[in-house]
Design a protein. Structure first.
Length: 280
């Protein structure tokens, strides 16, 4: 059986997840141009009617759903094979080349170093799609191996986070609304986009997904510390400078492992501090 290398830059599933991560990072760090660039690329290259859009739909149809019936999973594989072979491969490759060029120009090589949670699954699907499009020229043993792998992806148990996302508007928005009103009543101000996103992550964390919440808390800490350093550079008051060092130490010592309203209030306040520092 011959081996075939996987080019992650031409994997529209992986690239899409990395673009979403860049957009989220821009929101957390209050870098609107960063978010706008990522959103613009998604809108232009993943829009309906493009070959990238069609291939990305195949990724979502294979990676996201949980199929309990093995025979149904086999039928889905057959339909996915027909769809993959119906794509305009030359047009798809041209679109991918333009997408890579745009990403290189907008974000540089570090963009591709972002970790993607389901990387192995995306790589497996892409390898199979590529082989299917080779028709009889593909290595039969490798195709069989990867069809079995993708079949396993289809029937594998999926995390409950996807269910949370599906019910986000019905359930989580109510929690967000309650917490927003609670914070507004306490501080007499409206929540920023970053604070609203933090509350959403808090809702997911309460349902068991703490990874995203902790990651966002860490990013907020890093952003505020960076803003304090920038402010300290232009500060000529020694007393204030000493106080800044104390504040930085307090921020570094903040616990991100405790999931409660007190933690939320502290980090919502940090978001306010970051906003205030940038206005000075």
């Amino acid at each position: 059986m011959t081996t075939r290398s996987h080019n992650k830059k031409r994997n529209v599933g992986i690239i899409y997840e990395q673009l979403l991560a860049i957009a989220a990072k821009g929101i957390v760090e209050n870098k609107q141009p960063l978010t706008q660039r990522a959103q613009s690329i998604i809108k232009r290259f993943y829009k309906e009617g493009t070959e990238i859009y069609r291939e990305h739909r195949l990724f979502k149809a294979i990676v996201e759903p949980q199929i309990q019936d093995g025979s149904l999973a086999t039928k889905i594989l057959e339909e996915a094979k027909k769809a993959a072979r119906a794509h305009n491969v030359q047009r798809l490759e041209r679109e991918k080349s333009r997408l890579i060029k745009e990403i290189n120009h907008s974000f540089g090589k570090p963009f591709y170093q972002q970790r993607v949670k389901n990387y192995t699954q995306y790589a497996t699907v892409q390898t199979l799609l590529n082989d299917w499009r080779l028709w009889n020229k593909a290595d039969f043993n490798r195709v069989t191996l990867y069809e079995n792998k993708v079949h396993s992806i289809l029937i594998a148990p999926k995390e409950t986070q996807s269910l949370l996302k599906e019910h986000d508007k019905k359930v989580d928005n109510l929690v967000v609304k309650v917490m927003t009103e609670k914070y507004n009543d306490k501080y007499g101000k409206s929540l920023t986009d970053v604070q609203q996103m933090l509350i959403k992550q808090y809702v997911f964390a309460e349902n068991g997904d703490t990874k995203g919440f902790k990651s966002m808390l860490n990013r907020i800490k890093e952003t505020v510390l960076r803003d304090l350093v920038d402010y300290e550079t232009g500060c000529d008051n020694s007393h204030v400078a000493n106080k800044i060092n104390e504040v930085k130490e307090d921020i570094r010592s903040l616990d991100i492992n405790t999931l409660d309203d007190q933690t939320m209030t502290r980090f919502l306040t940090l978001c306010d501090l970051s906003e205030e520092l940038r206005r000075k």
